[in-house]
Design a protein around this ligand. Structure first.
Ligand SMILES: Cc1cc2nc3c(=O)[nH]c(=O)nc-3n(C[C@H](O)[C@H](O)[C@H](O)COP(=O)(O)O)c2cc1C
Length: 433
């Protein structure tokens, strides 16, 4: 607990040996999973999570209990159910799942146990970002510890329920965080997203019913089962209950991961990170990870919950606040993000493959003082021509930063075209990269 702000997700991360099963057990660890698996029906677990109003922390904010209820009630003969834990965490500005995996891996495993039991999964795969070598090792050690105690593997807690958990390391492609790209990659193929429908609950990994959930989403589950849905709803807002991990980066004095209730204001998060760095002023911020776009300083009062951010014209995403000070160039910032997305387009859909490259070319020429009349309209038409028209939502990820930059900072682009380029400090977004 910290003052008036109850924290639970990060409550163990600063303890010595927080990754070890002994310390987890000393804190009452695995008792929630034991209680659920030895005394509850899976449907009752789903109902409790539904009642809590927990929404996915991976980006889309989809209600978790509702997603679980799409799985078949019982596995059909020869058709196992799977849980895929999304630990890809590749959105620029995002580093919160890493803290949970490195510092409290047994919390994630306990959450996986309860979640897998609820959807009748016999196997759970943790698909982890390739660069997270340390977190992968910590998780593997934690799985071995839990198996030794009989908490994972065959006949969990002496019941008829069995669950195998394995860690699968990605190969460094952002698109494998998209749930169907993730499943393709786990199956050993190129991470090319699949068209939806069919949705994973009907046709997932190797064609079997699968639920994909983010690491932080799953880490909320043991607390909901322990303290109940009313407790969970006592934090956050009515439609976005609970606490969330905000990764705060960019031009702040102390970039860090903070646990706060959903609905916390941007200005408050910046203040809790020591304010805008070097005594400078806030110019803009990205509310929820690089794909959620640039909002102006005048909106720093924005409450970070799903509905408020949607009303402001974008998405809460994965709660990654990127701060830009008044020395930053939005043209440069937009170009940096566009380069990332061009690099990461899987190339399957032409609008995305070609569009993301053209956006980079145009932003680069504006930045370098070679911008032309009509470039801003061209940028808009490239983004609008790709967003919502491809197999997966990737163009929304690269289109939103460009469109919001043009909407909220158009004069800066016009000035760069008129007067020979963007006056940029290269430190723009350095904290987020
Ligand atoms: C391009 C793209 C990248 C994504 N990357 C991630 C990621 O790294 N981690 C994550 O949990 N979800 C990511 N998502 C969202 C997943 O597709 C999916 O919605 C999420 O894992 C579902 O879990 P949740 O319901 O618990 O949020 C990404 C989506 C898109 C379109």
């Amino acid at each position: 607990m910290s003052g008036k702000r109850p924290i639970y997700l990060l409550s163990r991360v600063d303890k010595p040996d927080s990754n070890k099963i002994e310390t987890y057990l000393a804190d009452g660890g695995y008792e929630r999973a034991r209680k659920v698996i030895t005394s509850m029906e899976p449907a009752a677990v789903i109902e409790e999570v539904k009642a809590s109003g927990l929404r996915g922390r991976g980006g889309a904010g989809f209600p978790t209990g509702l997603k679980w209820s799409f799985m078949p009630k019982e596995p059909a003969p020869g058709k196992p159910h799977f849980l895929a834990v999304n630990a890809d965490e590749s959105e620029p500005g995002t580093c919160k799942d890493r803290v949970l995996m490195e510092r409290d891996p047994h919390l994630l495993l306990e959450g996986i146990l309860i979640s897998s039991f609820a959807i009748r999964a016999s196997r759970a795969f943790i698909f982890i970002r390739g660069e997270y070598t340390f977190a992968a090792r910590v998780l593997e050690e934690a799985i071995a510890e839990a198996e030794k105690k009989g908490f994972l593997g065959r006949k969990v807690f002496g019941t008829d329920y069995s669950l195998e958990v394995m860690v699968h390391r990605g190969a460094g492609a952002y698109i494998c965080g998209e749930e169907t790209g993730l499943m393709e990659s786990l199956e050993g193929k190129r991470g090319h997203p699949r068209p939806k429908p069919p949705f994973p609950a009907g046709y997932g990994l190797w064609g079997y019913p699968t639920t994909v959930n983010n690491v932080e989403t799953i880490c909320n589950v043991p607390f909901i089962m322990e303290k109940g849905s009313d407790w969970f709803r006592s934090m956050g807002t009515e439609k976005s209950p609970g606490n969330v991990l905000f990764s705060v980066s960019g031009c702040v004095e102390r970039p860090r991961v903070l646990e706060r209730p959903l609905g916390t204001r941007v200005s408050e998060l910046i203040e809790d990170c020591g304010g805008v760095w070097k005594g400078r002023k806030l110019k803009a911020f990205v509310p929820g990870g690089s794909s959620t776009g640039f909002l102006p300083a005048g909106m720093a009062d924005l409450a970070l919950d799903h509905d408020s951010v949607q009303k402001a014209g974008t998405m809460l995403g994965c709660g990654s606040l990127i701060v830009l000070d008044d020395h930053s160039s939005i043209v440069t910032a937009a170009r940096i993000l566009a380069e990332f997305y061009e690099d990461e387009s899987c190339g399957q859909c032409s609008q995305c493959r070609e569009g993301s490259g053209w956006v980079v070319k145009i932003l680069r020429r504006i930045e370098e003082g070679r911008g032309r009349t009509g470039d801003l309209e061209l940028l808009e038409s490239l983004c609008e021509g790709a967003m919502g028209k491809t197999i997966c939502p990737f163009p929304i990820a690269w289109g939103t930063p460009v469109l919001t930059a043009l909407k909220n900072f158009r004069d800066e682009f016009e000035e760069a075209i008129r007067s020979g380029g963007a006056a940029a400090e290269r430190e723009t977004l350095e904290g987020a990269r």
